[in-house]
Write a protein of this length. Structure first.
Length: 220
């Protein structure tokens, strides 16, 4: 007991908080993995010469980036099932939300990284006998991916924090578990501070790993 706060009591609820951490990381990792695939597709679509592909990619990116994650979560969990006639489990819906949201931001990361590569690299690849697709794959993409690593790491950290909004659709992540414990035991300050410390530790570890990778790859 420190002052009027009972920090010792938090230990009893650590298993529930750790369970919330598991779902937070699970949704973040799966969501970002799918989001990277979406981002690569729509990012390249954003610089495609085909106008149809360009506009489809642009609409997706602008709609997702222009609406709050909270609204996206509510719409996917509550509204979308009414349209398609299929309900999603809360965790599945959470993964979809993070994937769609991160995908839109990753698409812009991909677009920016690819466009940052000097145009002479494409010409060099073609002069070696590579077609456009192989030049993109072996010359442009390999260089662009290296430049994507820092912003992708930052997006992962953002996605982890965005999962805190998924408690509104009953995803049992960190905030949901903290809210449940605090409501039942009236120790909101202690519980939410502990939850915040979990988020802080995760983001600090990821930031350290990201800086380590940047130094090893000598990313400018």
């Amino acid at each position: 007991m420190i002052g009027r706060f009972n920090w010792a009591g938090v230990i009893d609820f650590l298993p529930q908080i750790v369970q919330g951490l598991y779902y937070t990381l699970l949704i973040s990792v799966l969501g970002l993995f799918i989001g990277f695939i979406l981002g690569a597709i729509f990012g390249l679509g954003r610089i495609a010469r085909n106008k149809v592909i360009y506009w489809i990619a642009s609409i997706y990116i602008e709609v997702i980036r222009g609406t709050p994650v909270l609204v996206q979560a509510i719409w996917i969990f509550y509204a979308l099932p009414l349209i398609i006639g299929h309900t999603f489990e809360s965790v599945t819906a959470g993964v979809i939300v993070i994937a769609l949201n991160s995908g839109a931001y990753i698409a812009e990361i991909v677009r920016g990284a690819v466009q940052s590569i000097e145009k002479g690299q494409m010409e060099a690849g073609r002069s070696l006998g590579l077609d456009h697709g192989k030049t993109m794959r072996y010359v442009i993409w390999t260089q662009a991916f290296k430049r994507m690593i820092p912003p992708l790491g930052n997006q992962f950290i953002i996605s982890i924090k965005d999962t805190s909004l998924l408690s509104v659709i009953l995803v049992p992540e960190l905030i949901f578990q903290g809210r449940l414990i605090a409501a039942n035991h009236f120790n909101a300050v202690e519980i939410y501070t502990t939850v915040a410390m979990f988020y802080l530790v995760i983001t600090l570890i990821l930031s350290f790993i990201l800086r380590f990778v940047e130094r090893r790859l000598d990313i400018q």
